[in-house]
Design a protein around this ligand. Structure first.
Ligand code: ADP
Ligand code: MG
Length: 726
């Protein structure tokens, strides 16, 4: 192994890596004993709160009633005592600004007692409301810096928890973050509103089906998180990974993922130790992590919890991302959540499994076994089909980011065209509905929805389609276009709201039909299903989403193909999107527009930082290495020719041409960066269609040079080193 000094040192550090922490001992403290120890859970509350307070709080949490302010003092005291017993010195309101990250402001429990001492205090007001200085969070114009007031408000439905640090622990309280005018500055507020809207409309549909006094319908989410692990020594030797989360340079390794030998392969020991530690930390926080495995690309892995209510799943997902990053450091590695850290290898996504259900009805997207339930299932399933077809653009917009553009629209997991994979059996059922409804089916004769029996649908659709951005997977839908570094709140806000809208439509149709003719429910269901499948069936596609043929077919069907963030984000501003969000009280026009502004700005900033870095690395690392080697070749050539030897200058010619190409493209990039855009949309387009291609041009020259320049002067850790030395 040769390589520059920095690279050699890195390799040495990796290969002689020794664990710094004593091994975890699960025999001493079994996982079941650890689970939820740091959570102010229902159980803790039942034990510690006066009965009436507990009851009132539970009513708010479970039935979504208004919070009784008088209980807050009681809860705050119990929470404080519990936290201090566990070593907490501070409390903090955790909130989720539009950056997609997690923000927190810490305050000490201690207050001066006026006699030179201090006492621990934490009252209801401090629990319910906080006021972080909000001026530095993006608000998209909702709030000017001079009117920076923003409030955090306790979200009772997401449990408080203790976050550990070797030097003391902190009581963390999940909160919503709003401006002084009550407008949402965060990702949690619209999610709570959207879940409420979905509940309301789902109840109406259930009521038509005869449900009385139904429990709240809650949307559920199970996010599968993909990530890369790279040794920290390599990470710090790559400014691009460190600053942008992805490699801006790097020649393909001689061996990549083509052997498919990494997927579900045995997990390297250091990585497994890391995973066990992550899981243990998650368990303590009450996060039900369940699945771990190697992913397709070398050095790529996945972690998935069991699904929870969308709100809690979202908070937990944020914690999982933080925990992955934090624990990786302990094991000498860096966890990379970027959607496309390595060119030519699979990127990382976050498959969001999504369904809805209630304690009395169970999972409403479960096909079930009895005909009655099947009819109900088909109605909910049709609502999803209608929602996704009508709002393809919105679904594409909520997963749009500079990072995710490298996955979607590029030829890999899911394409930029939103479509639904239903599987053969369900597609067949809907085809039959379209043709009139009464058809024979394999198992149970006639198929007459709601009257005669439907074939029992298998819980696990036999076939799987990995290319579909939105797939039915037996008892839920899996939204696969979500990016690995994204908050899942945005996608869930969209899913809850579009589904609420379709259920509203269906409920209105069915209610009217039953009112006219109390015996007309079955016919009305038939009609609504038929209408939906006729109108929105074009969104169903069970074939290969990567194929050229599908792109053509999708265009024929009139489906959107929004390749970049610049194409996708404007979908947020469509009239029908705006109307829907305000109708269901999820986002006002101003709130929606502010999100468009913030996301566009973030896109511009991301690409800008990348271009800064490409220039810097290109000029100060790659170019010097290239000319050093060029010089070496040139002097060899001159020396040999002076001695009368013939020397083939082919390599020198190639290097010289590439050095020129590198220099030209760097100069070109510098010129392009001087561009003054007239508005943000134009600037975003400049980033997308001028800057990004130029970044690729610099990279192309550099990557080719990497294959020619002497290894001992190449300044950056190679793909081979980063991905295969573990
Ligand atoms: P796969 O990799 O085969 O897609 P995983 O087991 O990795 O599946 O992840 C499936 C995810 O779907 C898990 O998080 C699981 O809890 C979640 N899930 C299962 N049922 C539901 C549901 N009703 N609502 C939401 N998510 C669900
Ligand atoms: Mg999956």
């Amino acid at each position: 192994m040769s390589g520059s000094k920095a690279r050699l040192d890195a390799v040495r550090a990796v290969t002689s890596y020794k664990a710094t922490e004593p091994p975890l001992n699960f025999a001493e403290t079994p996982a079941s004993e650890i689970f939820g120890v740091n959570v102010f859970s229902n159980k803790v509350m039942r034990e510690r709160l006066p009965k009436s307070v507990y009851k009132s709080l539970m009513a708010t949490i479970k039935k979504g009633g208004k919070l009784d302010a008088s209980v807050a003092d009681n809860v705050a005291t119990a929470m404080k005592d519990w936290a201090i017993e566990r070593g907490a010195t501070h409390y903090c309101h955790v909130f989720y600004p539009l950056t997609g990250l997690t923000a927190e402001k810490h305050d000490s429990f201690l207050n001066p007692d006026g006699e030179g001492g201090a006492i621990a205090e934490f009252g209801g007001t401090a629990l319910i409301q906080g006021e972080p200085d909000a001026s530095s969070f993006p608000s998209g114009g909702i709030r000017a810096t001079f009117e920076a007031r923003g409030y955090t408000a306790w979200d009772v439905t997401s449990p408080a928890y203790i976050y550990e640090n070797p030097n003391g622990t902190t009581l963390c309280i999940p909160t919503a973050f709003v401006s002084w005018t009550g407008e949402a500055l965060d990702k949690k507020t619209p999610l709570l509103r959207a879940m409420q809207a979905l509940d309301k409309q789902a109840q109406r549909v259930l009521k038509v089906f005869g449900a009385v006094d139904a429990a709240p319908v809650i949307s559920t989410a199970g996010p599968e998180q993909e990530y890369f692990l790279v040794d920290r020594n390599f990470y710090f030797a790559r400014t691009d990974l460190m600053t942008c989360g992805r490699t801006l340079f790097g020649r393909k390794a001689p061996k990549g993922q083509e052997f498919d030998d990494h997927y579900f392969g045995s997990i390297p020991e250091r990585v497994l130790a890391f995973m066990l530690d992550v899981e243990r930390e998650c368990f303590k926080l009450g996060i039900p992590v369940k699945t771990r495995h190697n992913e397709v690309a070398p050095a790529q892995y996945e972690i998935a919890p069991v699904y929870e209510s969308s709100n809690i799943a979202t908070d937990h997902q944020q914690l999982i991302m933080i925990t992955l990053k934090r624990v990786a450091e302990k094991y000498g590695m860096s966890c990379i959540l970027h959607e496309k850290p390595f060119a030519g290898l699979n990127g990382s996504g976050k498959h969001v499994n999504f369904s809805l259900g209630s304690s009395t009805h169970g999972n409403l997207l479960d096909p079930g076994a009895t005909p009655h339930e099947n009819a109900q299932f088909l109605v909910f399933c049709a609502a999803v089909i209608r929602a996704v077809d009508r709002h393809q653009g919105l679904l594409r917009a909520v997963v749009a980011s500079a990072n995710n553009d490298h996955r979607l629209g590029a030829n890999e997991a899911p394409p930029a065209i939103i479509s639904i994979f239903l599987g053969e059996q369900l597609t067949d059922v809907f085809e039959q509905i379209k043709k009139g409804g009464a058809k024979s089916s394999k198992k149970s004769g006639t198929l007459q929805i709601g009257v005669d029996s439907l074939p029992a649908l298998p819980k696990d659709a036999g076939d799987r389609n990995r290319t579909s951005p939105f797939a039915f997977t037996g008892n839920r839908f899996e939204f696969r276009a979500v990016g690995s570094s994204q908050s899942i709140a945005g996608p869930l806000v969209a899913l809850n709201t579009i589904l609420a809208e379709s259920l509203d439509y269906i409920a209105t149709e069915l209610e009217a039909a039953v009112k006219k003719n109390p015996k007309g429910l079955n016919a009305a269901i038939q009609k609504v299903l038929k209408d939906i499948i006729t109108e929105n069936g074009r969104i169903i596609f069970n074939g290969d989403g990567y194929s050229e043929a599908w792109h053509k077919e999708a265009a024929k069907r009139g489906l959107l193909n929004l390749k970049t963030t610049c194409d996708a984000l404007p979908m947020l501003l469509k009239k029908e999107v705006e109307t829907m969000f305000s109708k269901y009280g999820v986002l006002s026009k101003r709130e929606l527009h502010s999100r468009f502004d913030v996301y566009l700005e973030q896109y511009i900033l991301s690409v800008k930082v990348e271009s800064n870095l490409v220039l810097e690395m290109g000029r100060t690392k790659i170019f010097p290495a290239a000319i050093r080697y060029q010089n070496e070749l040139a002097s060899t050539c001159t020396n040999l020719q002076a001695l009368g030897y013939e020397f083939d200058t082919k390599t020198l010619d190639r290097v010289t041409a590439l050095v020129k190409r590198l220099q030209d493209s760097l100069n070109g990039l510098e010129e392009l960066k001087k561009h003054h855009a007239k508005d943000t949309m134009e600037e975003a387009k400049h980033m997308c269609f001028a800057i990004l291609p130029n970044i690729l041009e610099v990279r192309a020259a550099s990557d080719e040079l990497e294959g020619l320049v002497a290894d001992d002067i190449w300044p950056l850790p190679t793909y081979q080193e980063m991905l295969f030395i573990k």
